[in-house]
Design a protein around this ligand. Sequence first.
Ligand SMILES: Nc1ncnc2c1ncn2[C@@H]1O[C@H](COP(=O)(O)OP(=O)(O)OP(=O)(O)O)[C@@H](O)[C@H]1O
Ligand SMILES: [Mg+2]
Length: 138
Amino acid sequence: MEENIKLKMTLPKIADIELVAIEGMDRMAKYMGIPDDKIGEAHVLVTEAVINAFEHSGQKKPIVRVEFTMNLEKLIIFVRDYGKGFNPENVEEPDIKKKLGSSHKRGWGLKLMESMSDDFQLESDENGTKITITKNLQ
Ligand SMILES: Nc1ncnc2c1ncn2[C@@H]1O[C@H](COP(=O)(O)OP(=O)(O)OP(=O)(O)O)[C@@H](O)[C@H]1O
Ligand SMILES: [Mg+2]
């Protein structure tokens, strides 16, 4: 049977804490013999998801849970916060032409995560936001 390894962590809101999650993910990949170039894009995914969770969730006691599940075929990244949630339908699609002429250059994280994932699921309600990203490793 395909070996599945899991890493679960609860991140406090301190500077650069997403690097701890990335380090853990890299260790798992090394253990599994997954080459660095296969895991490189996942660094961006983890960074965007964790930063969004701390920055936008508006949690009173800010913690973010991160879970990695990995086998030789795929990596699943789960990130959740316990904040106010949001409706992704209300988030305006970023448009590069408009952004170039605007002072508001942000708003790319969700789009980037979606386009770099092999599967991207977002669930959000008043109990918080959960993101599940699948990245194929083969
Ligand atoms: N975990 C979350 N909780 C609540 N709202 C969120 C969450 N993640 C995203 N959002 C909402 O979706 C919007 C778009 O997120 P996105 O990551 O695309 O852009 P951004 O974070 O504003 O800018 P960027 O990621 O480019 O620095 C955010 O501005 C916020 O309103
Ligand atoms: Mg963002």
